[in-house]
Design a protein around this ligand. Sequence first.
Ligand SMILES: C[S@@+](CC[C@H](N)C(=O)[O-])C[C@H]1O[C@@H](n2cnc3c(N)ncnc32)[C@H](O)[C@@H]1O
Length: 260
Amino acid sequence: MPNPIGDGGATVSRVDEATETLVRIFASLSQWGPGSDASSTRALEALPPLPPRARILDVGCGPGRQTRLLGTHTGARVVAVDLARDALLGAAACADAPAQGADFVCADMNRLPFADASFDLVWSEGAIYVMGFRAGLERWKSLLAPGGHLAVTEVAWLREDRPADLVAFWNEEYPAIASREEHRAEIAAAGYEWIADFPLPESDWWDTYYRELGERLDEIEREDPGAGRTVVEMCRREIDVMRGAQGACSYVFYIMRKSD
Ligand SMILES: C[S@@+](CC[C@H](N)C(=O)[O-])C[C@H]1O[C@@H](n2cnc3c(N)ncnc32)[C@H](O)[C@@H]1O
């Protein structure tokens, strides 16, 4: 998902229009990036049992799909952080399944208002890219109690053989994209023991995320043709390019333990 915080753009009015369109597109979606309850559960099951009264931090929680799952599956208290206030309101109030046992905090992941060693598990799906993979690993490590765990998803190259338009897209949108092997090396260099990783399956992109996003783009174009055209086209381009990705890249779930 493009960053809805609107940290780019040449003029204030351009940023405002782009942000407004992003909020309009994404507000009603049930998730703001690829993922699924099945993959979150698989990552959770790769971890050893959490200690009693565990504390979990969900960074960049968006509409809170994984926040609810973490609370339900572990019984732990979850603190969910996002900079987008609308996301937090939606996540906290979600009529289908309110996130019981979660606290929602509006904060910038670059300056999280928590003491060192506050959490047993830090979780982040589709959001560490905001800081960059290595910077996120390093910064969040201090929030973990000794022996605490980190589970994050980050986009990664899965093969050397990559469609040219896919390479061009990622070079433009996120040139820091790296291979899974490079990410494993970063994990070790940042002071973690690697536990497991697995790429998100195609269904994690298409069954809910891109399906809902495509339907929402159609709806907006029907309601108000030409509205936020640049952002709408950017989202459509991403969907088109990813349709032809042929498994060359995906988000990968990385699960690791803070080294002693
Ligand atoms: C791709 S979305 C993923 C959301 C959610 N984890 C999911 O999978 O549905 C990235 C999230 O990071 C949040 N975000 C972006 N920049 C942020 C920042 N500086 N601090 C905190 N959250 C931020 C966005 O508002 C958005 O909710």
